[in-house]
Design a protein around this ligand. Structure first.
Ligand SMILES: [Zn+2]
Ligand SMILES: [Zn+2]
Length: 416
């Protein structure tokens, strides 16, 4: 899969695509269109799960068994969706060894969010056709409102069904295909039967009945955990396109929210993710709460993951710069200070042109470095040292120029 293949659709092609997709419209929730299996499952698990504490706890209490059943299933499922379904299968941001892929499909299925193949396909469509109203190619476009983006899109059948033609790379992975084929069985075993069996064993160890443990496993490891995890994941399609900032790209609705990251295993930095979907991190700062990033990094340290992809900091800084520049123009225009902007424009333009040039130079060195690293040539060590020093110099010049730009930008921003 190349990046461009699944990257956002070009602006000039959006209109033509929408016209072609018009036959897909009308995904509103009509009774005859309801997807009954999904709808009943979502509603019933949520009702049983959320009412469980009220009828279970007064009778049996809430101890280590109930907490462990809920939390281990919650964390394993959450990481399988974020680090597995999302960052590994949908975006190929790193390469996972077979145990990682196997765990991801096993616990990913336990969350009842479709097979990895179907999930990745629909997610790739979401990135490609983000925000395109009335087009099921962005299955949960936020332009159709919070409810639609959050859960409404799952409750109805769209006609014709989305064809999963954008996941040919995943079809070559036998683990992904095995899970896709036996999805319902794997999901039932991993999502309900396993926590119920563990509950039965645990309860009998505690001197209680196996039935008590089965009940605990069904309620806390099953229904409640499935319902909470569903809505945490759904937040990424709804709230992550509504609340937060847009530091990297304001041409789509995705937003960065540190608060949302706490409920989504780090996926709250959604503006960054939409801008740089090939990066294995969503929260790029060391202090950003991103458990999926930490899990992937840890897996790479024990040999279970490799080729973790990161977008160079210079590229990220340039994206931020473009956003800041656009906001500055808008702000001064709002305040009727276009003449102030006219006086700053040549300086900022010149610095930005220089930064683009230095960035390009840096990227060229990076390609050279990767090629030299992969080539088995004799003078490789010297060559790598030489390129590394060139890269350091390009980075130094970029940062210097960036500082100048920031100073000018600040001055322009505070102009009266
Ligand atoms: Zn994504
Ligand atoms: Zn999104």
């Amino acid at each position: 899969m190349s990046t461009t293949e699944n990257g956002p659709i070009a602006p000039d092609q959006r209109q033509a695509h929408l016209a072609k997709a018009s036959e897909w419209q009308d995904g509103d929730i009509h009774i005859e269109k309801i997807n009954w299996v999904t709808s009943v499952f979502l509603v019933v698990t949520a009702i049983i799960g959320l009412s469980a504490p009220w009828f279970y706890i007064p009778r049996f209490g809430f101890g280590w068994m109930e907490a462990t059943l809920f939390l281990t299933m919650f964390i394993a499922g959450g990481l399988s969706i974020t680090a597995g379904y999302h960052r590994l299968f949908s975006h190929r941001t790193y390469q996972g060894a077979w145990p990682v892929r196997l765990l991801a499909v096993l616990f990913g299925a336990s969350t009842f969010q479709m097979s990895a193949l179907a999930w990745s396909s629909e997610h790739r469509y979401h990135h490609k056709y983000t925000d395109m109203d009335g087009d099921p190619h962005d299955p949960h476009s936020i332009h159709r409102g919070f409810f639609w983006a959050h859960v409404g899109w799952l409750l109805v059948r769209v006609n014709p069904r989305l064809q999963h033609t954008n996941v040919e790379d995943l079809r070559r992975d036998p683990i992904v295909m095995w899970q896709d084929r036996y999805y319902v069985v794997i999901a039932s075993v991993m999502g309900f039967i396993m926590p119920m069996a563990v509950g039965a064993l645990w309860a009998t160890q505690l001197g209680s009945t196996a039935g008590h443990g089965v009940f605990a496993g069904f309620l806390f490891g099953g229904c409640l955990r499935v319902a909470v995890l569903h809505h945490c994941t759904f937040f990424i399609n709804s709230l992550a396109h509504i609340i937060g900032k847009q530091p990297y790209d304001s041409t789509n609705t995705a937003r960065d929210s540190g608060l949302l990251a706490f409920f989504t295993f780090g996926e709250g930095y959604h503006n960054y993710h939409h801008a740089f979907q090939t990066d294995y991190r969503n929260g790029i700062k060391a202090w950003h709460f991103d458990p999926a990033k930490w899990a992937i990094w840890t897996a790479s340290k024990v040999g279970l993951a490799k080729n973790l992809r990161r977008v160079p900091l210079e590229t990220v800084k340039l994206a931020q710069l473009r956003e800041k520049r656009a906001n500055l123009e808008k702000k001064l225009e709002r305040k009727n200070l276009e003449s102030v902007m006219d006086s700053w424009r040549p300086t900022l333009d010149a610095l930005e042109a220089r930064l683009e040039e230095l960035h390009l130079d840096f990227r060229r060195q990076l390609v050279r470095y990767t090629q030299a690293k992969n080539a088995k040539i004799e003078q490789q060590r010297e060559l790598l040292l030489e390129i590394r020093s060139d890269m350091r110099e390009a980075r130094r010049q970029f940062n210097e120029c960036f500082k100048d730009w920031r100073r000018m930008h600040r001055q322009a921003l505070t102009s009266r």
